[in-house]
Design a binder for this molecule. Sequence first.
Ligand code: XIL
Length: 360
Amino acid sequence: MLAAIMLLIISCSSPEDVDPDPIDNSNQPIPLKELFKDHFPIGAAVTPNHMDSRTPHGRALIQHFNSLVAENVMKPDALQRVKGTYTWANADRIIQFAKENNMLVRGHTLTWHSQTPDWFFYDENGELHTPEVAMKQLEEHITAVVSRYKGDVYAWDVVNEAMFDWDPNGQIIYREDSPWYKIMGPAYIDSAFVYAHRADPDAKLFYNDYNSIFSWKRNKIFDLVKRLKDNNIPIHGVGLQGHWNVGTSIQDLRTTLELFRGLGVEIQITELDLSVYLSPNEPGSTTYTEQFNMRQRIAYPEIFRVLLDYSDVITGVTFWGIGDDASWLDTPGRKHFPFLLDEQLQPKPAYLEVQRLIRR
Ligand code: XIL
């Protein structure tokens, strides 16, 4: 009895109780990379002009992020717009900034139907190349790009958006209007992974796609990744782009993470943005209303709760931008405010909700 009372006294006066960590009880934002350090790297999609520590964007990147991806400048049209002529300068700037600031770099993307010059697909008469010619060009591109950044880019989106999108009956598997597919069917997918692995055997290789948490698409991605693995094609993970909104189903996300965890692959959220609109029909706004704020204060921690539950298989979370000042989603009169940092690159109330989730 006495021992129990003593124990109670000792535990009541433990340093934690008497002197609570002042940070935990305040609303002082903790940098994102600190918040998530025990879980996964936190990344941002960037442009070369962000790569300067004297600019607000450069400073925000250094403060909050430990991983970068090029929003555009590592795509095929940026690196090899003209066949045989590579333009590395912009991509190099990102690699350099990442090195100086001890950040990881994801590579995006090697094989895609979009932002890829026509010469990859068509001859001088406008006819589709033969499979042999197209495959050779793909091999050359992937080999050159992956070799150049060997050891600097730790993970590649090897193939982007190869599955057919809106197809509730599951009839159409691949994106058949992709010139890659038109030329050679799905064979380019397998080959792209083999070429990337040959050029850098240490790089993590991902298949990346959007709408990937919806049953009608995730099952196709699952089948693809399973087929690749069964055939010993070097694939290490699935990238869920994460172009979501404040109404995105947490259950769909959980089901998807569960499914891919069962496949034994890594999962990364590669292009996270959480639009404030529930549907494309909602009227647009250029101010961050209290309603938007409330929606994100609820939705953001819900999403991160699920991501934390799967942090054993989630090896990276990357936002598709830095702060609400600029997002690829924005159109005149309609801003999406999709990030945790506001237009001044300062933490939003939703940020503090995410922080509370972790520092409970
Ligand atoms: C987008 C960029 O953000 C835009 O700047 C560009 O004009 C078009 O591409 N899925 C992807 C990304 O994999 O590469 C896309 O990025 C967004 C959708």
